[in-house]
Design a protein around this ligand. Structure first.
Ligand code: M6R
Length: 368
């Protein structure tokens, strides 16, 4: 039941700290090593992998885009991310040394399932990241990493996304571990930081008031843009998708570095633009994103800046500042996505839409 929430979606947004904690539960042994016991693919085989292809649809695809940054950084294995609907019709280059990773909350998405069948025909190994025990996708894969988000009822994926991102991190860290990567210390530090994420996500949820006020202010906006860079780019795409799905407002996510290659032409007086700023420590990237904020603001955009607490330079260009906890860049999507989910949920509520059952959408897309 909704346990006092107006929508399942809002309840599921608030369940994310627990969902992430449950997805991390029992993954470390007493030596601080990562255990993925359910992954019935031998370490020898994982050491032979020379390419990873992540295949998914919708929000799960955006989780895959986040994963690419993390997996390539930790494992140095080339990682591609592809929409399942594109993958299966373009004769992709895969062979027994390719590891195909599919991501699906429902485990029933037709395009993702067809991609698995195609990959296995080429003798590639397939690992499914899935939230639904015994669904078709995990049954047809070689191995599965279950996210432990619990049932997701709202059509818009929320805790499904954040737990998929966590599962991808675990897979990347595990691959790095079995391949003896030189990032040993970093892996231990990231694992320790991952354990703190449920608490930090709760902090973001506890600080929802400014996001709700913002939704009330922007409820008549005809269009909203989202910018991000590095892992902030898929966060921007996800923020835009949530708004489209729930509020039926035109919304687009862009890579901030692409601004001058076209999207800046859309900027006009009062246009709301969300910008996800990388944490300090990634100063080259951060500086560029901060100058993007100044550029769009100078052209009249209303800037909504998501940046870590104490980032005064980011705040200086913000019409609205949404504070995020201080985390490593690669983990930032886990905290940065939450205010965007809350914003879309609240705005759709104010517009009187059915948040749990948006028009024209189904929870799992079992036809092409
Ligand atoms: O069940 P899946 O994760 O395979 O579903 C994939 C997409 O259909 C899904 O993420 C969709 O984009 C959601 N409505 C997003 O909120």
């Amino acid at each position: 039941q909704k346990q006092g929430f107006d929508w399942y979606m809002r309840k599921e947004i608030f369940e994310q700290p627990k969902a992430v904690a449950d997805t991390l539960l029992g993954r470390l042994n007493q030596h601080g090593e990562l255990m993925l016991d359910e992954l019935h693919i031998s370490p020898e085989l994982l050491r032979r992998v020379n390419k990873i292809v992540i295949v998914a649809c919708g929000t799960a695809f955006y989780a895959g885009l986040v994963a690419k940054y993390a997996i390539e950084h930790w494992t140095r294995i080339p990682c591609e991310v592809e929409l399942a609907s594109e993958f299966r019709y373009r004769d992709p280059i895969i062979d027994p040394a390719t590891l195909v990773v599919t991501i699906s909350q429902s485990g029933e998405t037709a395009d993702t399932l067809m991609a698995i069948r195609h990959a296995r025909e080429q003798q590639a190994k397939v690992i499914a990241i899935c939230n639904t025990n015994g669904a078709t996708i995990p049954r047809e894969s070689d191995a599965v990493i279950y996210t432990h988000a619990g049932p997701e009822i709202g059509v818009a994926s929320t805790k499904g996304f954040t737990t998929q991102v966590v599962a991808c991190y675990l897979l990347g860290l595990y691959l790095a571990q079995v391949r003896g990567m030189k990032y040993g210390d970093e892996i231990a530090a990231i694992l320790a930081e991952l354990e703190t994420m449920p608490r930090l996500m709760q902090e973001v949820l506890d600080n929802q008031a400014p996001v709700l006020e913002l939704a009330a202010e922007l409820k008549d906006a005809p269009s909203v843009l989202f910018l991000g860079r590095h892992v902030g780019y898929p966060v921007a795409l996800e923020g835009a998708l949530k708004l489209k799905e729930l509020a039926y407002i035109h919304a687009e996510g862009f890579a901030a570095g692409e601004l001058k290659h076209g999207p800046i032409a859309l900027v006009s007086q009062g246009l709301p633009m969300f910008v996800v700023v990388p944490p300090r420590g990634r100063d080259q990237l951060r500086d560029k994103v901060i100058s993007n904020i100044a550029e769009v603001r100078a052209r009249g955009a209303r800037t909504i800046v998501l940046a870590e607490a104490g980032d005064d330079e980011a705040r200086a260009n913000a019409d609205t500042f949404i504070e995020l906890p201080k985390v490593s860049t690669l983990l930032q999507p886990l905290v940065a996505t939450v205010p965007l989910q809350l914003f879309a949920c609240e705005l759709a509520t104010l517009l009187g839409h059915d948040v749990d059952q948006p028009r024209n959408l189904a929870k799992s897309v079992t036809v092409e």
